[in-house]
Design a protein around this ligand. Structure first.
Ligand SMILES: Cc1cc2nc3c(=O)[nH]c(=O)nc-3n(C[C@H](O)[C@H](O)[C@H](O)COP(=O)(O)OP(=O)(O)OC[C@H]3O[C@@H](n4cnc5c(N)ncnc54)[C@H](O)[C@@H]3O)c2cc1C
Length: 294
Protein backbone atom coordinates (compact mmCIF):
# COMPACT_ATOMS: atom_id res chain seq x y z
CA UNK A 1 0.00 0.00 0.00
CA UNK A 2 1.20 3.57 0.62
CA UNK A 3 4.83 4.22 1.55
CA UNK A 4 5.63 4.22 5.28
CA UNK A 5 7.27 7.68 5.15
CA UNK A 6 4.02 9.12 3.73
CA UNK A 7 1.95 7.40 6.43
CA UNK A 8 4.14 8.89 9.13
CA UNK A 9 3.67 12.43 7.86
CA UNK A 10 0.01 12.28 6.77
CA UNK A 11 -2.13 14.34 9.17
CA UNK A 12 -5.56 13.77 7.65
CA UNK A 13 -7.89 10.77 7.78
CA UNK A 14 -7.66 7.70 5.62
CA UNK A 15 -9.57 4.45 5.40
CA UNK A 16 -9.85 1.36 3.27
CA UNK A 17 -13.11 0.39 1.59
CA UNK A 18 -15.13 3.41 2.68
CA UNK A 19 -18.60 3.46 1.13
CA UNK A 20 -19.04 6.35 -1.28
CA UNK A 21 -22.87 6.43 -1.37
CA UNK A 22 -23.11 8.70 1.72
CA UNK A 23 -20.54 11.05 0.15
CA UNK A 24 -22.74 11.72 -2.89
CA UNK A 25 -26.06 13.54 -3.11
CA UNK A 26 -27.37 10.66 -5.26
CA UNK A 27 -26.67 8.32 -2.31
CA UNK A 28 -25.35 5.74 -4.76
CA UNK A 29 -21.97 4.05 -4.96
CA UNK A 30 -19.86 1.25 -3.52
CA UNK A 31 -16.54 1.45 -1.65
CA UNK A 32 -13.36 3.31 -2.52
CA UNK A 33 -10.30 1.06 -2.36
CA UNK A 34 -8.53 3.86 -0.46
CA UNK A 35 -10.22 7.02 0.86
CA UNK A 36 -8.09 10.00 1.84
CA UNK A 37 -9.09 13.24 3.51
CA UNK A 38 -5.95 15.42 3.57
CA UNK A 39 -5.72 17.93 6.39
CA UNK A 40 -3.74 20.54 4.46
CA UNK A 41 -2.41 21.37 1.03
CA UNK A 42 0.94 19.83 2.06
CA UNK A 43 -0.88 16.62 3.00
CA UNK A 44 -2.65 16.65 -0.35
CA UNK A 45 0.49 17.29 -2.40
CA UNK A 46 2.41 14.56 -0.56
CA UNK A 47 -0.49 12.14 -1.04
CA UNK A 48 -0.59 12.77 -4.80
CA UNK A 49 3.17 12.28 -5.03
CA UNK A 50 2.98 9.06 -2.96
CA UNK A 51 0.10 7.70 -5.04
CA UNK A 52 2.01 8.40 -8.23
CA UNK A 53 5.05 6.67 -6.79
CA UNK A 54 3.11 3.43 -6.25
CA UNK A 55 1.16 3.84 -9.50
CA UNK A 56 -2.25 4.03 -7.82
CA UNK A 57 -4.84 6.06 -9.77
CA UNK A 58 -6.82 8.67 -7.84
CA UNK A 59 -9.97 10.72 -8.24
CA UNK A 60 -11.01 13.98 -6.62
CA UNK A 61 -14.20 14.17 -4.59
CA UNK A 62 -15.82 17.53 -3.87
CA UNK A 63 -19.38 17.60 -2.55
CA UNK A 64 -20.37 14.57 -4.64
CA UNK A 65 -23.32 16.51 -6.08
CA UNK A 66 -22.61 15.82 -9.74
CA UNK A 67 -21.45 12.24 -9.49
CA UNK A 68 -22.69 8.77 -10.35
CA UNK A 69 -20.49 6.17 -8.63
CA UNK A 70 -20.48 2.49 -9.62
CA UNK A 71 -22.31 0.04 -7.34
CA UNK A 72 -19.14 -2.06 -7.07
CA UNK A 73 -17.17 1.04 -6.02
CA UNK A 74 -13.94 2.38 -7.49
CA UNK A 75 -10.41 1.04 -7.70
CA UNK A 76 -7.61 3.29 -6.53
CA UNK A 77 -7.82 6.27 -4.23
CA UNK A 78 -10.50 8.87 -3.70
CA UNK A 79 -9.12 12.17 -2.41
CA UNK A 80 -11.73 14.23 -0.60
CA UNK A 81 -11.16 17.97 -0.19
CA UNK A 82 -13.65 18.18 2.69
CA UNK A 83 -11.02 19.54 5.13
CA UNK A 84 -9.66 22.22 2.81
CA UNK A 85 -12.33 24.89 3.08
CA UNK A 86 -10.93 28.24 4.10
CA UNK A 87 -12.58 31.36 2.76
CA UNK A 88 -10.89 34.78 2.79
CA UNK A 89 -11.95 38.17 1.61
CA UNK A 90 -9.70 40.89 0.17
CA UNK A 91 -10.18 43.92 -2.06
CA UNK A 92 -12.50 42.96 -4.95
CA UNK A 93 -12.19 39.22 -4.42
CA UNK A 94 -13.10 36.22 -2.31
CA UNK A 95 -10.49 33.48 -2.15
CA UNK A 96 -11.80 30.04 -1.30
CA UNK A 97 -10.15 26.63 -0.92
CA UNK A 98 -11.29 24.00 -3.41
CA UNK A 99 -13.17 22.13 -0.68
CA UNK A 100 -15.14 25.17 0.55
CA UNK A 101 -18.88 24.82 0.06
CA UNK A 102 -20.10 27.06 -2.75
CA UNK A 103 -23.23 27.85 -0.72
CA UNK A 104 -21.04 29.09 2.16
CA UNK A 105 -19.04 31.33 -0.17
CA UNK A 106 -22.28 32.75 -1.60
CA UNK A 107 -23.59 33.36 1.93
CA UNK A 108 -20.37 35.04 3.09
CA UNK A 109 -20.50 37.34 0.05
CA UNK A 110 -24.16 38.20 0.67
CA UNK A 111 -23.56 38.89 4.38
CA UNK A 112 -20.81 41.34 3.45
CA UNK A 113 -22.85 43.02 0.70
CA UNK A 114 -20.52 41.76 -2.03
CA UNK A 115 -22.24 41.27 -5.35
CA UNK A 116 -21.54 38.87 -8.23
CA UNK A 117 -22.05 35.42 -6.72
CA UNK A 118 -25.85 35.56 -6.39
CA UNK A 119 -26.45 33.28 -9.43
CA UNK A 120 -24.78 30.41 -7.57
CA UNK A 121 -27.11 30.57 -4.59
CA UNK A 122 -28.51 27.10 -3.94
CA UNK A 123 -26.00 25.14 -6.08
CA UNK A 124 -24.74 22.25 -3.93
CA UNK A 125 -21.11 21.11 -3.81
CA UNK A 126 -17.73 22.74 -3.49
CA UNK A 127 -15.96 25.65 -5.14
CA UNK A 128 -13.47 23.19 -6.73
CA UNK A 129 -16.28 21.09 -8.21
CA UNK A 130 -18.07 24.20 -9.47
CA UNK A 131 -14.93 25.43 -11.23
CA UNK A 132 -14.15 21.97 -12.65
CA UNK A 133 -17.59 21.83 -14.31
CA UNK A 134 -18.11 25.60 -14.75
CA UNK A 135 -21.32 25.38 -12.74
CA UNK A 136 -24.05 27.92 -13.24
CA UNK A 137 -27.57 28.58 -14.35
CA UNK A 138 -29.52 30.82 -16.69
CA UNK A 139 -28.17 33.72 -14.59
CA UNK A 140 -24.55 32.94 -15.48
CA UNK A 141 -21.69 30.50 -14.93
CA UNK A 142 -18.87 30.71 -12.42
CA UNK A 143 -16.07 30.85 -15.05
CA UNK A 144 -16.24 34.59 -15.76
CA UNK A 145 -15.98 35.24 -12.00
CA UNK A 146 -12.71 33.34 -11.68
CA UNK A 147 -9.75 35.72 -11.48
CA UNK A 148 -7.18 33.01 -10.78
CA UNK A 149 -6.86 29.37 -9.78
CA UNK A 150 -4.27 27.49 -7.84
CA UNK A 151 -3.91 24.04 -9.34
CA UNK A 152 -2.06 20.96 -8.23
CA UNK A 153 -0.83 19.33 -11.41
CA UNK A 154 -0.76 15.51 -11.63
CA UNK A 155 3.05 15.57 -11.51
CA UNK A 156 2.84 17.25 -8.10
CA UNK A 157 3.71 20.87 -8.93
CA UNK A 158 1.58 23.83 -7.88
CA UNK A 159 0.60 26.34 -10.53
CA UNK A 160 -1.29 29.61 -10.45
CA UNK A 161 -3.43 29.98 -13.55
CA UNK A 162 -5.18 33.11 -14.76
CA UNK A 163 -7.87 31.62 -16.99
CA UNK A 164 -8.02 32.86 -20.58
CA UNK A 165 -11.20 33.04 -22.67
CA UNK A 166 -11.05 29.40 -23.73
CA UNK A 167 -10.46 27.98 -20.23
CA UNK A 168 -14.19 27.70 -19.52
CA UNK A 169 -16.98 26.43 -21.75
CA UNK A 170 -20.56 25.36 -21.11
CA UNK A 171 -20.34 23.04 -18.05
CA UNK A 172 -16.70 22.45 -18.91
CA UNK A 173 -13.24 23.69 -17.98
CA UNK A 174 -9.64 22.89 -18.79
CA UNK A 175 -8.88 21.82 -15.19
CA UNK A 176 -8.49 18.26 -16.50
CA UNK A 177 -6.51 15.94 -14.20
CA UNK A 178 -5.36 18.77 -11.91
CA UNK A 179 -6.77 19.46 -8.46
CA UNK A 180 -8.36 22.86 -7.86
CA UNK A 181 -6.77 23.92 -4.60
CA UNK A 182 -7.83 27.54 -4.37
CA UNK A 183 -10.00 29.90 -6.38
CA UNK A 184 -10.09 33.69 -6.48
CA UNK A 185 -13.56 34.97 -7.35
CA UNK A 186 -14.27 38.55 -8.31
CA UNK A 187 -16.94 40.44 -6.37
CA UNK A 188 -18.11 44.04 -6.38
CA UNK A 189 -19.29 46.13 -3.46
CA UNK A 190 -23.08 46.23 -3.47
CA UNK A 191 -26.03 46.96 -1.27
CA UNK A 192 -26.18 44.27 1.43
CA UNK A 193 -29.96 44.06 1.45
CA UNK A 194 -30.23 43.88 -2.35
CA UNK A 195 -27.54 41.21 -2.67
CA UNK A 196 -29.21 39.16 0.07
CA UNK A 197 -32.65 39.51 -1.53
CA UNK A 198 -31.43 38.53 -5.02
CA UNK A 199 -29.60 35.50 -3.61
CA UNK A 200 -32.72 34.44 -1.71
CA UNK A 201 -34.91 34.91 -4.81
CA UNK A 202 -32.65 32.66 -6.85
CA UNK A 203 -32.53 30.01 -4.11
CA UNK A 204 -36.32 30.14 -3.81
CA UNK A 205 -36.81 29.77 -7.55
CA UNK A 206 -34.46 26.76 -7.49
CA UNK A 207 -36.39 25.16 -4.62
CA UNK A 208 -39.64 25.66 -6.48
CA UNK A 209 -38.48 24.13 -9.77
CA UNK A 210 -36.02 21.42 -8.69
CA UNK A 211 -36.04 18.48 -6.27
CA UNK A 212 -34.03 18.96 -3.03
CA UNK A 213 -30.30 18.38 -2.49
CA UNK A 214 -30.53 14.71 -1.58
CA UNK A 215 -31.46 11.76 -3.80
CA UNK A 216 -30.30 13.23 -7.10
CA UNK A 217 -27.18 14.57 -8.80
CA UNK A 218 -28.54 17.73 -10.40
CA UNK A 219 -29.08 17.83 -14.15
CA UNK A 220 -28.30 14.49 -15.76
CA UNK A 221 -27.86 15.93 -19.27
CA UNK A 222 -26.41 19.14 -20.69
CA UNK A 223 -28.74 21.41 -22.61
CA UNK A 224 -28.20 20.90 -26.36
CA UNK A 225 -27.43 24.17 -28.20
CA UNK A 226 -30.56 26.35 -28.21
CA UNK A 227 -32.72 23.80 -26.37
CA UNK A 228 -33.60 22.70 -22.87
CA UNK A 229 -32.78 19.07 -22.02
CA UNK A 230 -35.58 19.06 -19.42
CA UNK A 231 -38.14 20.22 -22.00
CA UNK A 232 -36.97 17.63 -24.57
CA UNK A 233 -37.23 14.86 -21.96
CA UNK A 234 -40.66 16.05 -20.89
CA UNK A 235 -41.86 16.32 -24.51
CA UNK A 236 -40.63 12.77 -25.14
CA UNK A 237 -43.01 11.61 -22.39
CA UNK A 238 -40.29 10.55 -19.96
CA UNK A 239 -41.48 12.25 -16.75
CA UNK A 240 -42.07 9.58 -14.13
CA UNK A 241 -40.27 6.89 -16.16
CA UNK A 242 -38.70 4.39 -13.75
CA UNK A 243 -35.87 1.86 -13.68
CA UNK A 244 -35.51 -0.05 -10.41
CA UNK A 245 -35.55 2.59 -7.64
CA UNK A 246 -34.63 5.46 -9.98
CA UNK A 247 -37.26 7.76 -11.46
CA UNK A 248 -37.27 10.69 -13.88
CA UNK A 249 -38.43 13.56 -11.66
CA UNK A 250 -41.94 14.87 -12.19
CA UNK A 251 -40.84 18.28 -10.94
CA UNK A 252 -37.91 18.69 -13.35
CA UNK A 253 -37.45 16.08 -16.08
CA UNK A 254 -33.66 16.55 -16.25
CA UNK A 255 -33.30 15.26 -12.67
CA UNK A 256 -33.33 11.54 -11.83
CA UNK A 257 -34.49 10.73 -8.32
CA UNK A 258 -33.22 7.91 -6.14
CA UNK A 259 -36.42 6.97 -4.36
CA UNK A 260 -34.43 4.85 -1.84
CA UNK A 261 -31.95 2.04 -2.40
CA UNK A 262 -31.32 3.06 -6.03
CA UNK A 263 -28.40 1.59 -7.95
CA UNK A 264 -25.99 3.01 -10.50
CA UNK A 265 -26.90 0.29 -12.99
CA UNK A 266 -30.54 1.45 -12.85
CA UNK A 267 -29.46 5.06 -13.44
CA UNK A 268 -27.44 3.92 -16.44
CA UNK A 269 -30.42 1.98 -17.86
CA UNK A 270 -32.66 5.01 -17.37
CA UNK A 271 -30.07 7.25 -19.09
CA UNK A 272 -30.10 4.90 -22.09
CA UNK A 273 -33.92 4.79 -22.25
CA UNK A 274 -34.33 8.55 -21.97
CA UNK A 275 -31.68 9.19 -24.62
CA UNK A 276 -33.38 6.75 -26.99
CA UNK A 277 -36.83 8.27 -26.47
CA UNK A 278 -35.58 11.84 -26.91
CA UNK A 279 -33.68 10.86 -30.06
CA UNK A 280 -36.85 9.28 -31.47
CA UNK A 281 -39.08 12.21 -30.50
CA UNK A 282 -36.89 15.16 -31.50
CA UNK A 283 -33.69 13.88 -33.11
CA UNK A 284 -31.65 15.51 -30.31
CA UNK A 285 -28.59 13.74 -28.89
CA UNK A 286 -28.33 14.25 -25.14
CA UNK A 287 -24.84 14.59 -23.70
CA UNK A 288 -24.22 13.75 -20.04
CA UNK A 289 -23.65 16.51 -17.52
CA UNK A 290 -23.35 14.16 -14.55
CA UNK A 291 -19.84 12.69 -14.11
CA UNK A 292 -19.60 8.93 -13.94
CA UNK A 293 -17.16 6.89 -11.88
CA UNK A 294 -18.21 3.62 -13.48
C1 LIG B 1 -30.22 19.56 -6.31
C2 LIG B 1 -29.07 19.90 -7.19
C3 LIG B 1 -29.10 21.06 -7.95
C4 LIG B 1 -28.03 21.39 -8.80
N1 LIG B 1 -28.10 22.54 -9.53
C5 LIG B 1 -27.06 22.87 -10.34
C6 LIG B 1 -27.09 24.08 -11.09
O1 LIG B 1 -28.02 24.86 -11.04
N2 LIG B 1 -26.04 24.36 -11.90
C7 LIG B 1 -24.96 23.52 -12.00
O2 LIG B 1 -24.01 23.82 -12.74
N3 LIG B 1 -24.91 22.37 -11.28
C8 LIG B 1 -25.93 22.02 -10.47
N4 LIG B 1 -25.88 20.85 -9.75
C9 LIG B 1 -24.76 19.92 -9.93
C10 LIG B 1 -23.60 20.15 -8.94
O3 LIG B 1 -24.08 20.75 -7.75
C11 LIG B 1 -22.51 21.02 -9.53
O4 LIG B 1 -22.03 20.46 -10.72
C12 LIG B 1 -21.37 21.21 -8.52
O5 LIG B 1 -20.59 22.29 -8.95
C13 LIG B 1 -20.49 19.97 -8.37
O6 LIG B 1 -19.57 20.23 -7.32
P1 LIG B 1 -19.11 19.07 -6.33
O7 LIG B 1 -18.12 19.65 -5.40
O8 LIG B 1 -20.28 18.41 -5.72
O9 LIG B 1 -18.36 18.10 -7.35
P2 LIG B 1 -18.36 16.51 -7.31
O10 LIG B 1 -19.71 16.01 -7.65
O11 LIG B 1 -17.71 16.03 -6.08
O12 LIG B 1 -17.38 16.22 -8.54
C14 LIG B 1 -17.78 16.53 -9.87
C15 LIG B 1 -16.52 16.50 -10.75
O13 LIG B 1 -15.64 17.55 -10.33
C16 LIG B 1 -14.36 17.02 -9.99
N5 LIG B 1 -13.86 17.82 -8.87
C17 LIG B 1 -14.50 18.12 -7.72
N6 LIG B 1 -13.75 18.90 -6.94
C18 LIG B 1 -12.59 19.11 -7.61
C19 LIG B 1 -11.40 19.82 -7.34
N7 LIG B 1 -11.21 20.50 -6.20
N8 LIG B 1 -10.40 19.80 -8.26
C20 LIG B 1 -10.54 19.11 -9.42
N9 LIG B 1 -11.66 18.41 -9.74
C21 LIG B 1 -12.66 18.41 -8.85
C22 LIG B 1 -14.62 15.58 -9.60
O14 LIG B 1 -13.44 14.78 -9.75
C23 LIG B 1 -15.71 15.19 -10.59
O15 LIG B 1 -15.16 14.86 -11.85
C24 LIG B 1 -26.93 20.52 -8.89
C25 LIG B 1 -26.89 19.34 -8.10
C26 LIG B 1 -27.93 19.05 -7.27
C27 LIG B 1 -27.87 17.80 -6.43
Amino acid sequence: MLPADWRKRFRGRWSLGRLLAPETTFRIGGPAQLYLEPESVTDLVESVVALRRIGMPYRILGGGSNLLVADRGVEGAVLSLARLRQIKRSEGRITADGGARLSTVVRVAAEQGLSGLEPFGGIPGTVGGAVFGNAGSKYGAIGPRVLALELLRPEGQLERVVPSGSFFGYRHSLVGDSVVLRVELSVEPGDRERVGRRTQDIVRERNRTQPGWVGNAGCVFKNPPGASAGRLIDDAGCKGLTEGRIRVSRRHANFFENVGGGRAESVQRLIDRVRKRVRRASGAELELEVRRWL
